[in-house]
Design a protein around this ligand. Structure first.
Ligand code: ZN
Length: 166
């Protein structure tokens, strides 16, 4: 059963307000997200608890205001899943969606500061070769960085579903 807090975050008026906030206070990242959305217009899209989700053919996720981009569980070919188990792939994609959705709330909290705090920090953390090898060397999980831990916590709290664990 959903608690009061979760019911609040799933109410229609909050969803409308959430979209409004993403387009105004979080407008900077939402605009970039919209550009990325247009670039990936041909990929499948859906509404994910108020955000607009694009399932793109990569293993990475990204969150830009109103727009989130997550791996497409239906996609094979150029996407190299570590498992062939359909349910495991689906679960992984869902967990990434919860994580990226958590970032959308950081966008609401931080507004114009989002890109310059969470955005840049997590982009460098995820993509730079330096931090990739440091994570391996020290056995650190991807979620050990504050921006990622925070996104997991927000996503899990609002959606009541597990986020990524790696
Ligand atoms: Zn993240």
């Amino acid at each position: 059963m959903k608690n009061t807090q979760q019911s609040f975050f799933h109410s229609t008026w909050w969803t409308i307000f959430y979209i409004f906030l993403q387009c105004t206070w979080g407008g900077l990242q939402s605009f970039l997200g919209f550009c990325l959305f247009l670039i990936h217009l041909k990929d499948p899209h859906d509404f994910y608890h108020g955000s607009i989700r694009t399932k793109w053919p990569t293993l990475n996720g990204i969150s830009l205001g109103l727009f989130i981009f997550t791996p497409n569980e239906e996609q094979s070919g150029n996407v190299k899943w570590t498992s062939t188990d359909r349910n495991k792939i689906k679960d992984k994609c869902e967990r990434i969606s919860v994580h990226e959705f958590g970032h959308t709330y950081q966008s609401i909290i931080l507004g114009p500061l989002y890109l310059f705090t969470v955005g840049i920090t997590s982009l460098i953390w995820s993509r730079s070769k330096h931090y990739q090898s440091k994570r391996k060397e020290y056995g650190l999980s991807y979620s050990s960085l504050w921006t990622e831990k925070w996104a997991n916590r927000l996503g899990e709290k609002i959606l009541d579903r597990p986020s990524i664990t790696h």
